[in-house]
Structure formats: C-alpha cells, structure tokens
Design a protein around this ligand. Sequence first.
Ligand code: 5AD
Ligand code: SF4
Length: 471
Amino acid sequence: MDTKTTRISPEEIARQGEFCEKIQERLAAQPRAYLAFVDTYGCQQNEADSERLRGYLKSMGYGFTQDENQADVILINTCAIRGHAEDRVFGNIGALVHSKRRHPGQIICVCGCMAQEQQVADRIRESYRHVDLVFGPHALWKFPELFYRVFSRRGRVFENTDEPGSIAEGIPVVRQGNVKAWVSIMYGCNNFCTYCIVPYVRGRERSRLPEDVLAECRGLVEEGYKDITLLGQNVNSYGKDLGLDMDFADLLAQINDIPGDFLIRFMTSHPKDASQKLFETMARCEKIAPVFHLPVQAGNDRVLKAMNRVYDRATYLDKVKRLREQIPDVVITSDIIVGFPGETTPEFEDTLSLIEEVEYDALFTFIYSPREGTPGAKMPDPMPMAEKKANFQRLVDAQNAISAKKHAAYMGKTLRCLIDGVCEEEGFALTARTPGNRLVRVKEGDESLIGTFQNVTVTGANTWSLWGELA
Ligand code: 5AD
Ligand code: SF4
C-alpha cells in the first residue's frame, strides 16, 4: 500500500461542489422537497464524517429526515470494529429492500469502514442489489461525484480502491447541535494492534495542517460552540508525518490560546505516545478539560505483547501516576478487550487487578471479535465463549462498583458544568457535563441556559450518572 498522503486540491473540492450544484438545480425544479436520512454507526470519527456527508447533501438541496420511508436518499455510515456491529448493519441494509420497493426512486448508499472491506463490497454487490452506491472512507471527499453517477441513473457504483491516504479541506459541514463540535485533526492509524481492523480500512496516519485545524476551531468558537473535541485514532502522534517542529501538545496549547470561553477535549490517545509534555500542557492550559481516555485493553504483559500494544503494565501505570501528579482530579476512562485469543482466566485477572488499581471513572468493555485480515484472527483461540462472557461479567461488575464509588464522591460538590441539552427523563429539565465530562441531570432550569456554563451542586449519584441543582 502506498503511504504517501495526497492533499486534495481546492480545485478538486470545487469540482465536487459543481456536482452538488447540478443536483441542486434538478431538485429545485421539482414540486416537492427532497429528503435524506443519514444513519451513523460506530465511533466519533464516523459521526464527524457524517457531518460532512450531510454538508454535501445539503449543498445538493436535500433536507433531512429520520424516517427511512420518507427518505429519497438513505446513507448508512458503517463501522467495522466488531462482528456484532457488522451484523447489525447487514440486518438493517437487508430490511431496506422494503422501503425501496415502496419507493423505487430511493437511492441507497453504504459508506464507512465496512464499505472499504473488499468482502463486504462483494457481498453487497451479490446479495443486496437494492444498494446503489458503496464507497469507503478514502473516497468520502468525492461523494458528490459518485452520487451524481447514481443520481443520473448510470447504474450501481462501487468505490473502495485502496488509495493512498488523502486529506481534503473545505468540505461543507452540517453539525449536530450548536454546543459541541468534533474536529478531526488526523486520520488513519499506524499501530496495527493485532485485533484491530482500523489501519486496514482507514489507512496510515496523516495529519491535517495546524493552520487548517486552528482556523476550524476559531470559526467554531466564533459561532458559539463551547465544547470542541479533537479526533484521531491516535491523536498523540499528531504532526509526526508533517515534518514540522510541533506535536500534539503544541497544537493543544495553540487552540487554548484562541480567545473565548470553551472547552477542549481529545480522543483517542495511545498510551505509548502519551507524554509528560502532554500532561504538563493539560495542567497549564485552562481550556483543556481534565479528562483523559487512555485505552489499556488488557492488564497482563503477555497479552499486551500479543496485542502489539508496545507498552507493558508497569509503563502504563506509571503514565497514569504521572498524569494524576499533574492533574489530581483528572477523569480517566479506558477501553478493555476481554477474551483476546489465548488469554487465560488468570491473565484476565490481571486486567481486573489493573482496573482496581487505576480506579477508572468509566470503562468501555468489549468481548474480542475476530476481524478477517488481522493477525488476531489467525491466532489459536481455545477459550469457550461461556468463559469469556463470565470474565466479561466480572469486569463489568467490578467497574460498576468503582464507578458508583467515584460518583458518590461528587455528592455535595458544586462544579462549573456545561449545560448541553434538554433532559428527556421525568423530574429533570436539563443535562449538563462536569469538566471531566460526567453526565449530570439538572432538576430545574430554563432551556435558554443550553450552551452556557453554570455552577451545579450534585445532590445525587448512582453507578451511571449524577444529578443535581443549579447553584
Ligand atoms: N474486538 C473487540 N474489541 C475491539 N476493539 C477494537 N477492535 C476490537 C476487536 N476486534 C475495541 C478496542 C478499541 C475500541 C475502539 O474497540 O478496545 O480501543
Ligand atoms: Fe486500532 Fe490500535 Fe490503531 Fe486504536 S491504536 S485504531 S486499537 S490499531
């Protein structure tokens, strides 16, 4: 695979805009409004990609709906990280045959990480003939051109070539809400953890230029966004491919210097690259939220090695210690995989002891799912699923007790929280986020407070959330 980054030229993006205009002219001549439904699976990177796909669809003249039966265009942005996610997507794509029967003009598109996999594209080609357009993340920037081919009825289009990684600036964006925004700072991953499909479907690491990231953040702050999350598969290696004299910590410091009252978050960090300089930068920069998502995956050194994580338990624990030295009340979260091929129950118990030692605020826990094409899928995996599930349950129970204890410690505290939405639950008016991004349901308060920072006193807590009152 070629690893060179291609920067898509502004002329090329303008050419995509011309396809949008052609479609827009055709739709404007119709007597009714045309609607698109964008269905997103998986991680925040996919959410961010969907915001750009919506941006393109809006430029084409489409409005939006959540109802597949009303939609003229259905776009499914898929996730390939685990088999379960893929099965759900195939189930939903299969069910769309009915909406297409009722609405033969409907255009059905499948994109995202699954669409980049050859075996998935082949399966859709053969067995899901109602799907019109399939394209992977590498081709997102040329969605208008691909879509136009289908729109003008030139047959089905499949685009999942293994192109060198690209970066495109200037794609229109339609964001969800006006308080929180995602900003991708880099794409792809170079780490090849042996369980993970991401490097195969999203290509090698490539960074956006700092001036482009800063301009986007400045624009968001001017528009009134209060919570900016920088996204990348491994944000800590930001800039390494650019040959500039700056790293991720420097980028954070520059965003922190943008005038305005807002928070900066980031994800995801690979422990091998989480540096002392980064911890010190976080401690020094008042706009960087005191929260760190630091996936450990496993607590046993043999398993970590087999996963190709390139750190050991002691190094990881040392980073957590140094992070807490810099930011004592930092909220730390993690990802854990249970049942990696060859993991024994005593080895799994090292994960249990690690989570007890770190005391994470929250965990994202997964049972290992073999992904075709990754080294893990070829490793002997003798442990029965029942034993993996039992271990998984032990992990969830242990973490629930830790989360409940951590949440109880918030009782009576008054924190400066970002009011981020209306709370749908009875007895509550608003939702808020602590500086460390923990959810607080607020009893009373006006919707006009959404998007403002308010002091909230925590009056109740359970395993999953906090609740309280405006102070
Ligand atoms: N099986 C189970 N979990 C996985 N993850 C990544 N690949 C797999 C897999 N094959 C988890 C990791 C990663 C998170 C986003 O998903 O924990 O950090
Ligand atoms: Fe996957 Fe590992 Fe890259 Fe994360 S760092 S995307 S787990 S290969």
